[in-house]
Design a protein around this ligand. Structure first.
Ligand code: SAH
Ligand code: SF4
Length: 337
């Protein structure tokens, strides 16, 4: 494989110069670090209210066509218990930025879940340092916040009134607080070129992340981007492979956005370097309403079924669902005993 340090060589692989060599190398790197194991994370999408107005997302505050929901602490903890009973060792709390929930509410939930000795990941958008600290002190292990896009003008077109540097600052706070830190971006936001994508791949790889989540942009009919073109699936798979090669130790999910863009693409994601799958453990009554993009949670299935379905998918693809807590191997390198 060529050296992937320059934007030019990355761009040539993005253009499809040699998919066979690229995918084989990404798979080799993944296998060397993670063997045949795929880590499972149960994602509970606890609210679809959001105060933000990202132009790509169906949960944006100005979307009046969506029915909104919130789940209670009891419902959340019941779902988590059930997911644990089906063998999950990491729970991800994800939602819109919903001011209804206080920082203390999350701190309580985190400490409750931590009693079961499993990992807790938060994905709650941009939050102040004090809240991040409170949650870390309550036992939260990991935090995911995607940069989304590194090109200023594309970013500002997608998130009016914001700059990606604000998210970058949150990543700094998280690092300082000792979280395992995750970020990522979307492939194919309106206006992005191959040069932008090559730049995003290089930039994300310089951040030395524990987790990297990447998926195609999917146009949502109830957003200002309703008429835009979805992120390309081949480009997304090449991006994942390149990022895997440049970040051997990062945990990388094969995202549901891949599957929404093209049926079966989540399996392909595992074959090009991803080592994490994230079944939704959102209560059945609301899971279809977590409609960030079309096809996000296509089925109103039970928690048990959602987990079993993903385990089966992993098995059919020839991998093993891991029963470990699945920290990034980077942690061991950072804290040798
Ligand atoms: N509110 C939090 C977490 C929920 S959104 C946040 O914004 O960080 C989780 C991720 O969904 C976002 O980071 C974004 O990358 C992705 N997403 C949102 N809308 C999307 C779309 N239309 N297509 C693909 N991914 C999308
Ligand atoms: Fe809210 Fe996140 Fe959607 Fe933006 S991407 S509108 S912050 S849920």
């Amino acid at each position: 494989m060529d050296n992937l340090k320059s934007a030019e060589s990355i761009k040539s692989f993005l253009q499809g110069k040699d998919d066979k060599a690229l995918f084989a190398e990404a798979n080799r790197v993944r296998e060397q670090v993670f063997g045949n194991e795929v880590y499972l994370r149960g994602v509970i999408e606890f609210t679809n209210f959001c105060k933000q107005n990202c132009n790509y997302c169906g949960l944006r505050a100005q979307n009046r066509e969506i029915s909104r929901y919130r789940i209670t602490k009891e419902e959340l903890l019941d779902s988590v218990k059930e997911a644990i009973s089906h063998g999950l060792k990491t729970i991800v709390l994800q939602g819109g930025e919903d001011p209804f929930y206080t920082a203390e509410w999350f701190a309580d939930v985190v400490s409750e879940i931590k009693r079961d000795n499993i990992a807790v990941t938060l994905s709650l958008g941009e939050q102040p340092y004090d809240a991040l600290k409170l949650w870390r002190d309550a036992g939260a292990d990991r935090y995911l916040i995607r940069i989304e896009e590194f090109n200023d003008s594309i970013y500002m077109n997608a998130r009016p009134g914001h700059m990606w540097q604000e998210r970058f600052k949150v990543l700094d706070d998280l690092r300082q607080l000792g979280y395992e830190v995750g970020s990522g971006f979307m492939v194919g936001l309106p206006g992005s070129s191959l040069d932008d994508l090559a730049n995003s791949i290089l930039k994300i790889s310089k951040l030395d992340l524990h987790m990297i989540g990447i998926g195609p942009f999917i146009a949502h009919p109830q957003t200002p981007f309703y008429n835009e073109i979805n992120g390309d699936i081949d480009l997304s798979l090449r991006t994942l492979a390149l990022v895997r090669i440049l970040n051997p130790y990062a945990n990388m999910p094969s995202t549901s956005a891949l599957e929404s863009a093209s049926v079966g693409a989540r399996i392909k994601g595992m074959q090009v370097g991803c080592n994490v799958m994230m079944p939704s453990i959102t209560p059945t009554r609301v899971k279809k309403l977590y409609n960030i993009y079309p096809g996000k949670n296509p089925k109103e299935d039970s928690i048990k079924f959602a987990i079993e379905n993903i385990k089966q998918m992993v098995k059919d693809a020839g991998y093993d669902s891991s029963d470990s807590i699945g920290c990034s191997p980077k942690l061991k390198l950072e804290n040798p005993v």
